[in-house]
Design a protein around this ligand. Structure first.
Ligand code: AMP
Length: 211
């Protein structure tokens, strides 16, 4: 099965996609994750997108679309995938139709105050990229990664000014994309406000019903 996960920053797309991919054997593809890895390694792509990503802006459609085209050409996606963070514009959604058809677009809905609380508390490991939260997913030792002992930091784009820009950018772009998938009868709406374990169960129930 091929899914697109839609939702504002902090909606839990990445966490949910990780859970579902583990249970269903589909590959989790996060465009934000790929871009951050490129920035960390300072590849040509990383250098090109660094500034835009760090201020919470959107990388241009062509760059991100090519990245997805390349990623879904790998053999490991045969059993399906979850696209997390793509498409973010209608242009990207149209390009995706030409690359590979998807089965469902899952729109994860969360109120703004919950989103801000989630994003400001997020911490990531500066060495391996593992994700933590000051309230919901604390490491064993404060500020230190459980997996690799790396230092936990606040992502540049999880700082308040970038968060507000990301939410504004999301709102401006989201409506037409939701409409795009709704018109094609591929849209499934999901309440992302409850704890993640409940959202996973809800997803499984809804998805089982819509199959
Ligand atoms: P995310 O982890 O999905 O929140 O993505 C982090 C950042 O990567 C975003 O704020 C954008 O700067 C960039 N990014 C990720 N996916 C896309 C996309 N589909 N289109 C444009 N920019 C993207």
């Amino acid at each position: 099965m091929r899914f697109v996960f839609l939702g504002p920053p902090g909606a839990g797309k990445g966490t949910l996609a990780g859970e579902i991919s583990g249970r269903c054997g589909v590959v989790h593809i996060s465009t934000g994750g790929i871009l951050r890895a490129a920035i960390q390694k300072q590849t040509a792509l990383g250098k090109k997108v660094q500034k835009v990503v760090e201020v919470g802006g959107l990388v241009d459609d062509q760059t991100v679309t090519e990245l997805v085209r390349e990623r879904v050409s790998h053999e490991d996606v045969v059993s399906g995938f979850i696209l997390d963070g793509f498409p973010r514009t209608v242009t990207q959604a149209r390009c995706l139709e030409d690359i590979v058809p998807i089965d469902y677009a899952v729109s994860i809905v969360v109120p703004d105050d919950v989103l801000v609380a989630r994003l400001t508390g997020r911490r990531v490991c500066s060495a391996c990229g593992s994700s933590y939260h000051v309230l919901f997913a604390q490491p064993k030792r404060e500020g230190v990664c459980d997996r690799c002992r790396g230092v936990l930091v606040v992502r540049e784009d999880d700082k308040m000014s970038a968060i507000l820009q990301r939410l504004t950018a999301y709102r401006a772009q989201a409506e037409p994309i939701v409409h795009f998938y709704s018109e094609r009868e591929k849209l499934v709406s999901l309440n992302g406000a409850p704890p993640i374990s409940d959202v996973v169960l809800e997803f499984q129930e809804r998805f089982a019903q819509s199959r």
